[in-house]
Design a protein around this ligand. Structure first.
Ligand SMILES: N[C@@H](CCC(=O)N[C@@H](CS)C(=O)NCC(=O)O)C(=O)O
Length: 229
């Protein structure tokens, strides 16, 4: 049995959050591609972890779930790079956890709502919920832009778990609601995230899959293979 296995899908935003963390922490994990559209794979995965949410880390047979917990667990037990994604200082660590939560709840969640709506048959789509999701994204963009005044990363001067959460959340969110021109700090931060080697590598592994992303109409051509653009 491999020590560490990550059940994941290359397109999944929450999986990107953990792939970025694995890279930054210098942790090797076997990757098990999960197709939840396949009934037997879904049943087997639900038996392993009842929420059915990915990614799921399995450490010598023991499931470790929820991305923020997975990242903290990896840092505590497996990190080899010397880079901490959750700082040792308790006050700084709290700040990282706060901005990680804010990215998950107010960027990832409305972004996922937009994707979920696109996956419905047209007759079942709900313009009101999508509008609400767009408004929530704009609120989150305002908060993030204000938070970035005077600092390069979301929770201070070092790349942290908060940035692992922000990168995939923003990557997909901007395909639905572009960053308004007034938020120059957020726009610059987004480019900084994309240039970070762990984020760039994570996006690169997803490139062949972007043609299946429901919101691909909003994806910048630079992320698509020429044949798919
Ligand atoms: N709170 C969870 C959220 C994970 C999540 O929403 N994962 C999505 C993929 S990005 C998923 O598994 N969706 C499949 C489903 O809901 O059936 C975490 O942080 O791990």
């Amino acid at each position: 049995m491999a020590d560490l296995t990550l059940h994941y899908h290359p397109l999944s935003s929450y999986c990107h959050k953990v792939l970025i963390a694995l890279d930054v922490l210098g942790v090797d994990a076997d990757r098990q591609l999960l197709n939840l559209g396949d009934a037997s794979e879904r049943a087997a995965f639900l038996a392993l972890w009842p929420t059915g949410k990915m990614p799921l880390l399995v450490d010598q047979g023991r499931p470790v779930a929820e991305t923020s917990i997975i990242i903290e667990y990896l840092q505590q037990r497996h990190a080899r790079s010397g880079h901490a994604l959750i700082p040792a200082d308790p006050a700084q660590a709290l700040d990282v956890r706060l901005w990680d939560r804010l990215c998950d709840l107010y960027v990832m969640t409305p972004m996922q709502a937009c994707t979920a709506d696109l996956l419905k048959p047209e007759t079942e789509r709900d313009a009101g919920s999508v509008l609400q999701a767009h408004q929530r994204l704009l609120m989150a963009y305002r908060m993030l832009d204000a938070q970035l005044a005077g600092q390069d990363w979301l929770a201070g001067d070092a790349f942290s778990m908060a940035d692992c959460a922000a990168a995939p959340a923003l990557f997909y969110a901007v395909t639905y609601v572009p960053i308004p021109a007034a938020h120059a700090l957020l726009a610059a931060y987004f480019e900084r995230l994309l240039a970070h080697p762990a984020v760039a590598a994570t996006i690169e592994q997803a490139r062949p899959w972007f043609k299946f992303y429901p919101g691909r109409a909003g994806l910048a051509p630079r992320f698509l293979d020429a044949a798919d653009a």
